[in-house]
Ligand binder design. Structure first.
Ligand code: NAD
Length: 341
């Protein structure tokens, strides 16, 4: 088993979940080395340093130059993701787990993919729900035809597109077998004029969003977020002969109504649940060592972002849009600047 020297860029709440994930990986030895944060004296960074013995830096360029790091977790607020990823790739790390959303614009996402491609770095995006046993099993059952032909996948949650929305969209993509989206139509509303919220203090946010995505396998994805949406992070896969429910609040995390089985709702067996953070980091190590393509790879992370950008842009232009979405800026910012919203 190889030993990997680990560093963090952004040492707040989620960096500690990553650290716990590294601690439990079964396919490598982990050496916690360093972390960098714009607020290295802050309580959160100090806590990571105290618990995991990492040396703190105020500048990740200095950290990357001084420490010979193999794996980097990027846990900054969203506007830091691109720059930190490109910097880490420039210092020849082997693997990067960058938190969601992948970036703020498609231009940034493309720079991240280019930098990691040039330096042969495995880049994964923190869409950790792809590792939940109920999501994995739901995808298998849908693909095995347990509910006939899948027609629609409906997902909803609290907050906004860039925060929870990226998880909702990415999981719809995953449940649908990661096929290409063909078109998107969306609408957003912003009335509280928030300039940031919670762990996205650097992002303007909308209050409500709805999106409808048509995929190349004729499945439709329906995304509902924010105020007036069902606040549960939950999904319904609707087929020609049944329904699969994932994470719906009443009942087990996975349940199925299958016309073929004629037994009413039932809950399939699930494997023991491990933390998604352990699993996504183990898969990153497998990807670094060439055994697998990471299921949350940069291409899939970019696809979730492209759908988000498409929803914003569709709302701005009041029309459905075909993929690829040729928008290089962050449309919400433009809509606010141009007083469209
Ligand atoms: N995968 C998940 O389920 C999940 C859960 C929570 C948060 N997140 C994501 O993780 C990211 C961070 O969230 P958090 O809850 O840890 O936030 P946080 O506010 O607790 O921590 C962020 C830390 O990053 C530092 N930081 C911000 N910008 C920086 C930069 N450019 N360079 C260096 N340090 C910087 C801040 O000082 C802070 O210490 C967000 O993108 C969020 O969406 C993902």
């Amino acid at each position: 088993m190889r030993t990997y020297r680990v560093g963090f860029i952004g040492c707040g709440g989620i960096s500690r979940a990553h650290a716990d994930g590294y601690k439990h990986v079964r396919n490598a030895q982990i050496e916690f080395v360093a972390g960098s944060d714009i607020d290295p004296d802050g309580e959160k960074a100090r806590r990571l340093a105290d618990e995991y013995g990492v040396k703190l830096y105020a500048d990740h360029e200095v950290m990357l130059a001084q420490e010979d790091l193999d794996l980097i977790s990027i846990c900054t607020w969203p506007r830091g993701h691109c720059e930190a990823t490109v910097a880490a790739a420039g210092h020849s790390v082997k693997g990067i787990l960058c938190e969601k959303p992948m970036a703020v614009t498609l231009e940034e996402a493309d720079r991240m993919i280019h930098a990691c491609g040039q330096a042969d770095v495995a880049l994964a995006i923190g869409h950790a729900h792809r590792f939940s046993p109920q999501a994995v099993r739901a995808r298998e059952l849908a693909q095995a035809g347990e509910i006939g032909h899948v027609k629609m996948i409906w997902g909803h949650c609290s907050l906004d597109l860039m925060n929870n929305g990226t998880h909702v969209i990415d999981l719809i993509n995953y449940l649908n077998g990661d096929v290409e989206p063909l078109w998107v139509m969306g609408q957003i509303e912003r009335h509280r004029n928030l300039e940031g919220r919670g762990n996205h203090p650097d992002m303007m946010v909308e209050d409500m969003a709805i999106g409808r995505v048509g995929y190349s396998n004729d499945v439709v994805g329906l995304i509902e977020l924010g105020e007036r949406a069902d606040q549960a992070f939950a999904f319904r896969i609707i087929g020609s002969d049944g329904i699969i429910e994932v994470n719906t609040p009443d009942g087990p995390p996975l349940k199925i109504l299958s016309g073929f089985r004629q037994q009413g709702w039932y809950a399939p067996e699930l494997p023991d649940s491990r933390s998604s953070f352990h699993s996504e980091l183990e898969e990153l190590i497998d990807a670094v060592e060439g055994r697998v393509v990471h299921r949350s790879n940069a291409k899939n992370g970019r696809r979730a972002l492209e759908i988000i950008i498409g929803i914003f842009e569709s709302s701005a232009r009041r029309t459905a849009l075909d993929f690829p979405i040729e928008v290089r800026d962050f449309p919400l910012e433009r809509m606010i600047r141009e007083k469209m919203i």
